[in-house]
Design a protein around this ligand. Structure first.
Ligand code: B12
Length: 212
């Protein structure tokens, strides 16, 4: 039964049926399906399908934006559950999507899961220049700095950011982790990042191991 509702929810997001999506979201929550399952088995899978439709030219940018809008409304309903956890911060993580890049869905999922796992998150948002990462790090002193990029053209900003910290003599004060669909472990090695997470839960595990 729950698989069926999740599939209906996924289809409604992909097919831009806002009212249906809202109904299926309510049904899923009433059935007691966990926020993590709603996220991973309906909402993220929906965006994967939207990505394929966009890539193949079946969907255009306005279609993608409408899907993201429905996704965002659904995500808001489960976000409190994802964030609810024990509240003694285990460490501080600063997150941002790099300069030139306005994709923030994946980063925000990581942010919610980290908070749910008891980490304090400073979320700088999207399109964050290297200089802002540096200024904010000096102000807030995080243990870990996480950068996200979804465009091959913005991935080099991750390298620029780490290099700016190195120039300022501050590289070794922080651990840098990176992620986003085009990013790989090889790329992380190339730019001297301390870790790479393929998906948000892997990012949480990475933070746990780096802080422990
Ligand atoms: C939604 C979307 C948009 C939305 C973004 C809305 C938003 N607020 O984020 C809008 C419509 C605005 C958009 C715009 C554009 N987009 Co777009 N978009 C997408 C789409 C369909 C989904 C991305 C997404 O959110 N996925 C779901 C999330 C959950 O996945 P994720 O981000 O990868 O995150 C997961 C992991 O990667 C990881 N993770 C992410 N960050 C981090 C960070 C750390 C530290 C860690 C550990 C882990 C981690 O955890 C997450 C959860 O598991 C993708 C296609 C795709 N399948 O990726 C294209 C895609 C990324 N976009 C693309 C393009 C080209 C664009 C535009 C240039 C289009 C245009 N012509 O204007 C613009 C660029 C705008 C800009 N300057 O950034 C291309 C990129 C191609 C490339 N090789 O660079 C893609 C791949 C589509 C395609 N196939 O062509 N887009």
């Amino acid at each position: 039964m729950s698989e069926e509702i999740l599939k209906k929810l996924e289809d409604a997001v992909v097919e831009i049926r806002m009212d249906d999506a809202s109904d299926f979201m309510n049904q899923a929550m009433e059935e007691g399906i966990s926020g993590v399952d709603i996220l991973n088995k309906a909402l993220v899978t929906a965006l994967d399908r939207v990505g394929v439709l966009f890539r193949d030219g079946d969907y255009f940018l306005p279609d993608v934006l409408m899907c993201v809008n429905i996704y965002n409304q659904a995500f808001q309903l489960i976000e409190p559950e994802l964030k609810a956890g024990d509240y003694e911060p285990k460490g501080k993580v600063m997150l941002g999507t790099v300069k030139g890049d306005t994709h923030d869905i994946g980063k925000n999922i990581l942010s919610a899961l980290l908070q749910g796992n008891g980490y304090e998150v400073i979320n700088l948002g999207m399109n964050v220049p290297a200089e802002t990462f540096l200024e904010e790090a000096q102000k807030t002193n995080p243990d870990i700095i996480g950068m996200s990029a979804l465009l091959t053209t913005t991935m080099p900003e991750m390298k620029n950011t780490i290099e700016l910290f190195a120039k300022a003599g501050l590289r070794d004060q922080y651990r840098f982790i990176i992620g986003g669909a085009p990013v790989t472990q090889d790329f992380a090695n190339q730019i001297g990042a301390d870790g790479y997470g393929e998906e948000a839960q892997a990012g949480v595990n990475l933070v746990k191991s780096l802080i422990a």
